[in-house]
Design a protein around this ligand. Structure first.
Ligand code: TYM
Length: 328
């Protein structure tokens, strides 16, 4: 039996190269080795206000992005979170197992709630509980994510362990898969901050659908650090970040990247980086247009059906263990 992976992204904002390099690239690489579930987490999206029409469109657009990235619907299960009602049901159960204190420690809540807990939505607070439900419903072994999701993964493990201890084994304890390189791609404008869909400064992110001119302009404007060598160096976060992007989009080794830029200046480096990113995005962008709406909907409906069968089994077991009676 293959082990399972589960992961997902929110259909909000534009997906950027950080999402791809930190997460989607690994989904694609792992999908043949694992039985894979990739979810469009539209219920997570509404933890912050969304325009309903935009959210609808982004939900299908994100499915297109998954497929264009190389997720093979013949091999992996791709589906929309709201199509499997068990996600919301298990989230309720897990919220009864979660403690206020552990949710209050979640840094994403503190960041997105902007420190104002009076005004922050309750859904934003319980966001990681829904995420735990996503993962635990599928008896997931491995969760490929970027570094910013590490704390949420730890909570998922804690909730699974607590439930198993208090009611009997219902859940596999999931392991995070956080890649050694690319788990946190930083903003091009501020290398202390991660590249983010919600960054107001659009020059900080390279979006997967940016055209060649836009990519080139953003890279030319990217901040750099002092020093002139084009080398991987943790103490120079700006160049380190740009070189990491180069390394991952070209698949050249660290040594090859450094050798390539030996003796060259920032100007030349940025030109070559922009060319490499544009080359990398070109086939991806061509594939985004490949799927007609009807074909996409069929993939997502089939995916939801497969997902639902597993989710239903897990929830049935959870209710049984907790003494929740359902007569029909
Ligand atoms: P989301 O939509 O913010 O991001 C999708 C994935 O991209 C990764 N990521 C990054 N990786 C590297 N550098 C960056 N700058 C960067 N920014 C984002 C994220 O770590 C993520 O893997 N809570 C999740 C969605 C989710 C989920 C789940 C994930 C809901 N349920 C269950 C895994 C399992 C999120 O908001 O991702």
């Amino acid at each position: 039996m293959k082990k399972r992976i589960f992961s997902g992204a929110q259909p909000t904002g534009e997906l950027h190269i950080g999402n791809y390099l930190g997460a989607l690239k690994n989904w694609v690489a792992l999908q043949h080795e694992y039985e894979s579930f990739f979810c469009i987490v539209n219920l997570h999206a509404i933890t912050l206000p969304q325009n309903p029409e935009v959210l609808k469109k982004k939900t299908l657009d994100l499915a297109r992005i998954y497929l264009a990235s190389g997720i093979d619907p013949q091999v992996s299960t791709v589906f929309i979170q709201a199509d499997v009602a068990e996600h919301a049901e298990l989230a309720w159960v897990l919220s009864c197992v979660s403690r206020m204190g552990e949710l209050e420690r979640m840094t994403q809540f503190k960041d997105k709630g902007k420190g104002n807990t009076e005004r922050a939505g309750v859904g934003l607070f319980t966001y990681p509980v829904l995420m735990a439900a996503d993962i635990l419903l599928y008896q997931t072994d491995l969760v490929p994510v970027g570094k910013d999701q590490k704390q949420h993964l730890e909570l998922s493990r804690d909730l699974a362990e607590r439930f198993n201890r208090d009611y009997g084994d219902a859940f596999v304890i999931p392991e995070p898969f956080i890649p050694p390189v690319g788990a946190s791609i930083q903003s091009l404008q501020d290398p202390q901050k991660k590249m983010s869909k919600s960054d107001e400064n659009l020059n900080g992110s390279i979006f997967l659908l940016d055209d060649a001119d836009t990519v080139t302009k953003k890279i030319k404007r990217a901040v750099t650090d002092s020093g002139t060598d084009i080398k991987f160096d943790e103490s120079r976060p700006a160049i380190n970040n740009l070189l990491t992007i180069y390394h991952l989009v070209t698949d050249k080794s660290v040594a090859e990247c450094e050798a390539n830029f030996d003796g060259k200046g920032y100007g030349q480096f940025k030109t070559e980086l922009a060319e490499a990113v544009v080359e990398f995005l070109r086939p991806f962008q061509a594939r985004v247009a490949d799927y007609a709406d009807a074909e996409l909907e069929k993939i997502l409906k089939d995916g939801a059906e497969k997902a639902r069968a597993i989710a239903r089994e897990t929830l049935r077991d959870v209710y049984e263990k907790m003494g929740i009676v359902r007569l029909s």
